[in-house]
Design a protein around this ligand. Structure first.
Ligand code: DX5
Ligand code: ZN
Length: 228
């Protein structure tokens, strides 16, 4: 995985057909997705339950590029090796998921994956200030985690600007997760984000048998981010 700050669109398969993950991953990559974003929920850290490492391992052969695994689970540490073995390129844990995020991030890198840290909307940018040398990605939640299709929380834009300044020249991605569409994408891109997760805005109107719509949706978000 090489580093750059170009806009990358990461469709979240949370908004795809759960009976068809392999074909959905292949369809979005063929239609221009840069990364595939995989939302793991445990029914404890967040209200919903999605799936775990076995599903990640099953979809891995259907993804040519980056598998970006967002863990909305607590505890995290007992499952890191399983997600790394499942082929996650990036494993992101929440700063709110436990008392020892520093140890968790170390364990993610030790397992051979890139380490991401996610911040809920109420968590300040300063919570990651002492973690900058051990992360490859900071995920700013622009909705409360747990469900797709929620409304973008505008107060997070200032947080993105603060994080972008804090990061300086370090090779750390800023990822935005929640409510990203062609209207909100330019706001976060201008604030300094480079990875845009989008569930509903990518998958709406399309299907594996009508995948061109995915391509149009991805292009609309990317063009808005680049030209907004
Ligand atoms: C929320 C998830 C998001 C979600 C984004 O808990 O982490 O990845 O799928 O979905 P949209 O783009 O529909 O807000
Ligand atoms: Zn996510």
């Amino acid at each position: 995985m090489s580093f750059d700050r170009n806009i990358k669109i990461a469709p979240s398969i949370l908004a795809s057909d759960f009976a068809n993950f392999g074909a959905e991953c292949e369809a979005i990559e063929a239609q221009g997705a840069d990364w595939v974003h995989v939302d793991v929920m445990d029914g404890h850290f967040v209200p919903a339950i999605t799936f775990g490492p076995a599903t990640c391992a099953a979809i891995r052969p259907h993804i040519k590029g980056v598998m970006d695994v967002h863990l909305m689970i607590s505890p995290v540490d007992p499952y890191i090796d399983a997600f790394a073995k499942a082929g996650a390129d990036i494993i992101t844990a929440h700063v709110e998921a436990g008392p020892h995020i520093h140890r968790t991030l170390q364990a993610i890198r030790d397992a051979g994956a890139k380490a991401g840290v996610a911040l809920n909307p109420a968590t300040p940018a300063s919570s990651v200030e002492h973690l900058l040398d051990m992360v490859d990605l900071i995920c700013v939640m622009t909705v409360n985690p747990g469900f797709g299709g929620q409304k973008f929380i505008h107060s997070q834009i200032d947080k993105v600007k603060t994080l972008r300044a804090m990061i300086g020249d370090r090779p750390i991605h800023i990822e935005i997760d929640g409510g990203v569409d062609p209207t909100t994408a330019p706001l976060v891109a201008n604030a300094g984000a480079d990875v845009l997760v989008a569930g509903s805005a990518v998958f709406k109107g399309g299907s594996v048998s009508n995948p061109d719509v995915y391509g149009q949706n991805i292009r609309s978000i990317r063009d808005a981010a680049n030209n907004g």
